[in-house]
Ligand binder design. Structure first.
Ligand code: NOJ
Length: 453
């Protein structure tokens, strides 16, 4: 079945991962600047995003590459501290101009800009005031959102409030692998959850009330999707239940901890019993704010979740022996896109957009000057076929955004992981389109038809 003509084929990136220029033109520091500079940073090789892909200085060149790939949309995030250096004070006109120019460049190239408001680089000034622990963050996020909406919504239609709360709280404040590298207790994580949810809801309200172009709004969570063991209804129900389970210890990383409040206006079953009096309380108005309707379900999905306890019980110990993995050991499980689309649509009842999916690979420039990455092409073909099968089964699909446009700073593992369709030489900043970029160009041009050839 052909895809709808307006199916969105895109690529994504995020401010701290690509921009560099960490202290230029009035930008204030973010927690990623501060803590990757610290002696205790656990980031591999002590890498930082100080320069990253130097995208800040190469916007025209980069938009030309997006154009060459033929993408219909570019999902990028805004660095809050580039626009409001301490997060709450004066607006930095140069910071705002950078994003405004980027939007203009994209539109001139016929590419839809999609903005993520919060992709993890919290202004240091906000963190110093308590960050997600401080209830005032909701009004600071509200004001930041208003500044961006006022400046860009005449040209921007697509908005994502927050990216992967599972990861920025889970790794940033629970396991300590991401900035600000903290390990905090449930009591505080629950306070932060409340403020993240309220910030999301408040941003949705600001966008709906102030956008100059009819907006499409979502957020971009991640979370564990389980694949059924076989086709039986029983196996499907088991996988579905596990994909939305509130499982105590792993709650921060789950789908239901975040998406049930946002789409269903309540926390998942079992949460209240588990946390008792620490459970955050919301007024009716707050629940209405948090669960205001969204236009689609964005999801960042890379690999299926396995129940390690069950695998161990069936003698399989550490996952499947010799199974295909990417360069950062994530299992290659294409059907996860089919089941994610199906399960999320069934539960949350809005069209599904894959806001991130992609493959870290061992990419380098070959003797012929090209970057051959057949693994990525094979990976993405399989994942896309599975996703489009969900469409054939009647699930409304809003789009597919490949992560990432270009190689970039992969958080805790620095620059070793290469996810891009475009190779970046970090010494020279030379960009080279990988084979997969040309392959994706054909997929887009044929609106997915070439995937079946
Ligand atoms: C999740 C994040 O949104 C993005 O920043 C990250 O680089 C990719 N997925 C790959 O891990």
């Amino acid at each position: 079945m052909p895809l709808p003509k307006d199916f969105i084929w895109g690529v994504a990136g995020a401010s701290y991962q690509v921009e560099g220029a960490w202290n230029e033109d009035g930008k204030g520091p973010s927690i990623w600047d501060t803590y990757t500079h610290s002696r205790q940073s656990p980031v591999r090789h002590h890498d930082t995003g100080d320069i990253a892909c130097d995208h800040y200085h190469r916007v025209k060149e980069d938009v030309a590459l997006l154009s060459e790939i033929g993408v219909k949309a570019y999902r990028f995030s805004i660095s809050w501290s580039r626009v409001i250096p301490d997060g709450i004070g004066e607006v930095n006109p140069k910071g705002l101009a950078f994003y405004s120019d980027l939007v203009d460049e994209l539109l001139a190239a016929g590419i839809e800009p999609m903005i993520t408001l919060y992709h993890w680089d919290m202004p240091q000034g906000i963190f110093d005031r308590g960050g997600w622990m401080n209830p005032d963050i909701v009004s600071w996020f509200e004001r930041y959102t208003k500044v961006i909406v006022d400046a860009l919504s005449d040209r921007v239609k697509y908005w994502f409030t927050i990216n992967e709360p599972q990861i920025f709280l889970g790794l940033g404040y629970y396991t300590g692998a991401h900035a600000p590298f903290l390990k905090m207790c449930d009591r505080d994580l629950l306070v932060m959850t409340k403020h993240v949810l309220l910030s999301h809801g408040t941003a949705v309200k600001v966008i709906r009330e102030n956008a100059k172009t009819a907006p499409k709004i979502a957020y971009a969570p991640t979370g564990p999707t389980f694949i059924p063991d076989n086709d039986s209804e029983e196996a499907i129900e088991k996988a579905r239940a596990k994909s939305f389970a509130f499982d105590g210890d792993g709650y921060l990383f789950s789908n239901s901890w975040w998406s049930d409040p946002i789409f269903l206006g309540r926390f998942p079953e079992g949460a209240k019993e588990f946390f008792g009096d620490d459970m955050p309380e919301f007024t009716k108005e707050e629940w209405d704010l948090i669960s205001a309707p969204l236009d689609f379900y964005g999801c960042n999905i890379y690999t299926a979740m396995r129940d390690m306890k069950e695998l161990a019980a069936s003698d399989a110990k550490d996952g499947l022996v010799g199974e295909p993995i990417t360069a950062i050991n994530w299992a290659i499980t294409p059907d996860v896109l089919y089941w994610s689309a199906r399960f999320f649509y069934e539960r949350y009842k809005v069209p599904v957009m894959i806001t991130e999916n992609g493959c870290a690979n061992v990419d380098y420039v070959h003797l012929d000057g090209k970057v051959h990455d057949p693994q990525r092409i094979d990976f993405t073909t399989r994942y896309l076929r599975a996703f489009l099968k969900a469409g054939e089964d009647g699930i409304p699909l809003a789009g597919y955004i490949y992560w990432s446009f270009m190689d970039n700073f992969e958080w805790g593992i620095g620059y070793d992981a290469r996810f891009g369709l475009v190779h970046v030489n970090y010494q020279t900043q030379k960009r080279t389109l990988k084979d997969s970029a040309y392959w994706y160009r054909d997929v887009i041009a044929s609106n997915g038809e070439s995937l079946w050839k």
